[in-house]
Design a protein around this ligand. Structure first.
Ligand code: NIG
Ligand code: FE
Length: 405
């Protein structure tokens, strides 16, 4: 039997799709068996799909209805905590100094190596609850805090288990080349990533993407190329952490390899943006990272000018401790001067492009998955405008109510 959900009476319904953002007053959406079957005015939609006979009806009077947010860059699976580094950073210590002293990523790696699969899964599930409560319905999760065959695999197994147990949809990315383990030769470690980690992860079907941290103190452009080419051989599409602290050429490498996305891009140039646009590499900007590092924000303008679909993500990790795409949108507007409409596209449709999802995820239109946020806001601009305040009230995933504030 068909299962119908109707969300009706919205003060504003926001239809995000390929052509942009447009709004409907007194809007409604109908979902059948998980897929959107009608979007429009409440009168139109409920004529065909009456709220009274639907299995689930959500009254959105006075609220704004939007597509569920998509977070295309997180490091959400980890163990331990680094709240003390927060204080150290505020006292003036740089991210790189903390890492050089054995903290940062290395501190999380030690905690992860001691954590069981069950512990990693449970901690991830807790973070997913927070993401969902802030309106995220699909998220990418990277490994990268294991840095060995066994622990990288365990991290990705935790992602697979959490994906089964949680309404949020997860897209797993292998990031064995996140840092060179302490006391290891960088090229020897790249050999291990290429010859042992990638085959192990791909054989167990644990990842969709292969990522690399191409930066000073992490991996060079040539080492990054080796990692991403090995990933490609095993069917893992490339992503890259590029031009964050130093401009090492990661954006151009992404273009050369036809990567799905290049992320961070704080130091990327107009030339990098043009090369990426020509190769259809989606730029993913992470305003939370600049916010927590206290550095300048990435400039979205060259990417927009080059014709790219600029995506936003949280970069949620122990250094950038925010699971909220609402907050990422607020920072994108206030810190990067993006318009609320551009920020919303970045957090939905463009974010789905950064994950190569072409099933309508991140849009609200006929045929898209029934992933919907009902926000306690009179219009969508209030989501980034009401900075630091959760506007998400009800979340639907595939037409099911999976969160109510
Ligand atoms: O994307 N830049 C590299 N990796 C992460 C930070 C990871 C960490 O500090 O634990 C990032 O910001
Ligand atoms: Fe990252």
């Amino acid at each position: 039997m068909t299962k119908t959900t109707v969300v009706h009476g919205a003060r504003q319904l926001v239809r995000v799709d390929e052509s942009g953002v447009d709004t409907v007053e007194d809007g409604a959406v109908a979902i059948e068996d998980g897929t959107v079957v009608a979007v429009g005015s409440t009168a139109e939609v409920t004529r065909e799909y009456p709220a009274e006979t639907a299995e689930t009806a959500v009254d959105a009077t006075g609220k704004t209805v939007l597509p569920g947010y998509v977070d295309p860059h997180t490091h959400a699976v980890f163990a331990g905590e680094r709240v003390d580094e927060f204080a150290a950073k505020l006292a003036g210590k740089s991210y790189q100094t903390i890492q050089a002293e054995g903290g940062g990523i290395f501190s999380t790696v030690r905690a992860v190596r001691e954590a069981s699969l069950a512990e990693l899964t449970d901690t991830l599930l807790d973070h997913l609850d927070v993401m969902l409560a802030h309106g995220t319905t699909t998220a990418e999760v990277k490994s990268g805090y294991g840095l060995s065959v066994e622990s990288e695999r365990r991290l990705l197994e935790a992602v697979a288990r959490a994906d089964e147990r949680h309404p949020l949809d997860l897209v797993p990315t292998f990031l064995g080349a996140h840092a060179v383990p302490e006391g290891t030769d960088p090229d020897e470690y790249v050999d291990e990533v290429v010859h042992e980690q990638i085959p192990a992860v791909a054989d167990a079907d644990l990842a969709v993407f292969c990522d690399v941290f191409c930066d000073e103190g992490a991996f060079t452009r040539e080492q990054s190329r080796r990692v991403l080419e090995a990933g490609l051989e095993y069917g893992l599409a490339p992503k890259i952490h590029a031009e964050e602290f130093e401009r090492l050429g990661g954006a151009q490498l992404a273009a050369d390899l036809g990567a799905v996305s290049a992320d961070h891009l704080l130091r990327a140039t107009a030339e990098d943006a043009a090369a990426m646009a020509a190769a259809d590499v989606t730029p993913v900007l992470l305003p939370g990272t600049a916010f927590t590092l206290g550095t300048a924000y990435a400039d979205p303008a060259p990417f927009g000018t080059a014709g790219s679909r600029v995506a936003l993500a949280t970069d949620f990790n122990p250094n950038c401790y925010s699971q909220s795409m609402e907050f990422a949108m607020a920072l994108a507007c206030n810190g990067m001067r993006m318009t609320p409409a551009a920020a919303l596209r970045g957090a939905t449709h463009h974010a789905a492009a950064a994950l190569a999802l072409d099933d309508g995820t991140g849009t609200l239109r006929k045929g898209a998955p029934g992933d919907v946020v009902v926000a306690d806001a009179p219009r969508f601009e209030y989501v980034p405008y009401n900075a630091g305040v959760r506007t998400t009230e009800t979340v639907l995933k595939g037409g099911e109510v999976v969160h109510r504030a």
